[in-house]
Design a protein. Structure first.
Length: 323
């Protein structure tokens, strides 16, 4: 009942607002980008002025999606006034980066997410931890707003849901997920083309980077945990970019017997972005939260300021508590 009331309040708030800003999390992934674009298109259909503010360029993998002209650089938000600001797929204020200054100073804010570690940082918070992706929640919101799911909206939402479920292979995929996707397919999206772009296309730089990264693979804790490290030197040698690092954490998880896979991405000599994935039973969000991050039971992350050896030691100590 409370959830229904919050969604109704969100619908009312959107209807009463004209100038709306949409903020996905920093280093936006397919769910964040797809959900934001879908909502922006829907708001435009309502004759709203909707703008998406991102801190990085849209990743190449999602550059084929429609409505990219509705995205702006994060710094541009400081120069504009909005009736309503909506954070999408963002677990905490820190994941908004520099845009948090404008978000925090605004009275009318909405937070829509599916991470169980969400800190409920907005005036209105709708967190559905049973949703496979924020895209599922946005789908239901657009329906409540009375907007038709056209091909453009459906394409964006399909990307959001497909990427966060690993092509519907992860355990967060539910019957509700498939029902929603059925509606999206009925909107005449090109499933084969989208899937090819998302899952079957790599740059040669990414393949070269993978070769370097595989050399760092470690199996520890009775082969139940895998570590893989991506350094700046590896990126330089392969000519790869940050975007090419996406998904490397899943290499370890595919190894038979591995329960937790961890990827370390060097940001500087004493700062590492850590991605954690669990095969089934281990709650890696507890590990991430203990080190200042967040996420889901089976997929979480954090950023740690320390040397690589120190970060690995921290992760091992926290994993001992949950394995």
């Amino acid at each position: 009942m409370v959830t229904v009331m919050i969604m109704n309040n969100i619908v009312d708030s959107i209807r009463q607002s004209q100038r709306i800003a949409i903020l996905p999390h920093v280093q936006a992934d397919g769910d964040a980008i797809g959900s934001s674009l879908a909502l922006a298109i829907a708001l435009k259909k309502m004759d709203k002025s909707a703008k998406i503010f991102i801190e990085e360029d849209i990743p190449r993998s999602y550059s084929f999606l429609p409505a990219k002209e509705m995205t702006y650089k994060g710094n541009d938000i400081k120069e504009q006034a909005f009736d309503l600001i909506i954070a999408l797929d963002t677990g905490d204020e820190g994941r908004l980066g520099e845009r948090i200054k404008v978000f925090s100073s605004s009275k009318d804010t909405i937070n829509i997410d599916h991470h169980k570690t969400n800190t409920l940082f907005a005036a209105l918070n709708h967190i559905d931890i049973n949703a496979s992706a924020t895209g599922e929640i946005v789908f239901k919101l657009i329906k409540l707003l009375g907007i038709e799911i056209d091909t453009d909206i459906a394409s964006c939402l399909y990307v959001a849901i497909a990427t966060d479920t690993g092509g519907f292979r992860y355990s967060n995929t539910t019957s509700d997920t498939h029902k929603i996707v059925a509606d999206l397919v009925d909107a005449d999206i090109n499933v084969a083309d989208i899937s090819k772009r998302l899952f079957d296309t790599s740059t040669k730089q990414r393949v070269k980077l993978m070769a370097h990264a595989l050399g760092s693979l470690e199996l520890i804790m009775d082969d139940k945990v895998s570590f893989i490290t991506i350094t700046n030197q590896m990126l330089d040698l392969s000519g790869a970019t940050d975007e090419d690092c996406d998904g490397f954490v899943n290499i370890g998880r595919s190894i038979d017997g591995v329960e937790v896979s961890v990827a370390f991405r060097e940001k500087s000599s004493c700062e590492y972005k850590v991605n954690l994935r669990s095969r089934a039973t281990v709650d890696v969000s507890k590990v991430a939260v203990s080190l200042g991050g967040g996420g889901h039971k089976l997929a979480a992350g954090c950023t740690v300021k320390a040397t690589l050896d120190e970060v690995k030691s921290m992760i091992i100590e926290e994993l001992k508590k949950v394995l």
